[in-house]
Design a protein around this ligand. Structure first.
Ligand code: ADE
Length: 229
């Protein structure tokens, strides 16, 4: 098995890259890929840059060029559910695109023909995450994560996304990774730690908590690698 570990921003992958043994850096398609081993397990780590397009590119390259056959995503998210506080962990049971809109043709939000509104994440990887959380005594929420090419800092828009997709958290890459992995039959898993509540304080909170929340998520992902191998 070769595991891809992906984030969107440097802060999301640095705590992982710094723990790799036998690390080799490759620059490809204006992005850096870190191949190495974590406790003996072969991994390839990369951050995509923010948003669905960059995430699609990186996930595809991790699978097609670096031959990864499992993908774990680690990063931060804005909370929709008021049960989620800064630093809390959420795993996606499914991912949808909140900014995909051809409702003018009578389709539901998030749907295009031959696609799905909500793409489920791999059940086996989700169960591994639940075991890790149990072993570590950590609380892990599971729910729908909504993705879009927008930083949400507006309570009204956040509530609309929550109500329309029954989503608990939002971010800017997960559903793109889901489209790539489900199309290429690669099991995938999306983990996020909350950095903000997608409201009027979101950009301020994001700047303050990006690093600490990204580290919480990255540490959990590394424990999952130990459990998978
Ligand atoms: N990732 C973390 N917080 C976010 C927010 N408020 N909107 C979009 N993506 C995010």
């Amino acid at each position: 098995m070769k595991i891809a570990i992906m984030g969107a921003m440097p802060e999301e992958v640095e705590p992982i890259v710094e723990k790799l043994d036998d690390m080799k850096k490759t620059v490809y398609a204006v992005n850096t890929y870190y191949e190495g081993r974590y406790h003996g397990q072969e991994v390839v780590v990369a951050y995509s840059k923010i948003g669905k397009v960059f995430a699609t590119l990186t996930a595809t390259i991790l699978i097609e060029k670096f031959a990864c056959n499992t993908l774990l995503f680690s990063g931060v998210a804005g909370a929709i559910s008021d049960k989620l506080k800064i630093g809390d962990l959420i795993i996606a049971d499914g991912l949808c695109q909140h900014d995909l809109d051809i409702t003018a043709f009578g389709h539901p939000y998030g749907y295009v023909p031959e696609g799905e509104v909500c793409i489920p994440a791999d059940v086996n990887l989700r169960n591994i995450a639940k075991n890790v959380a149990k072993e570590k005594g950590l609380i892990l929420k599971e729910g729908i994560i909504a993705t879009g090419d927008q930083f949400i800092a507006n309570a009204e828009r956040k509530d609309w996304i929550g109500n329309t997709f029954n989503a608990d958290a939002l971010e800017m890459e997960g559903a793109a990774v889901a489209v790539v992995c489900s199309s290429l039959n690669v099991p995938f898993f999306i983990l996020r730690a909350i950095s903000d509540s997608a409201d009027m304080d979101a950009s301020f909170n994001f700047d303050e908590f990006l690093e600490s929340s990204a580290k919480i998520s990255a540490d959990f992902i590394l424990s999952m690698v130990d459990e998978i191998k």
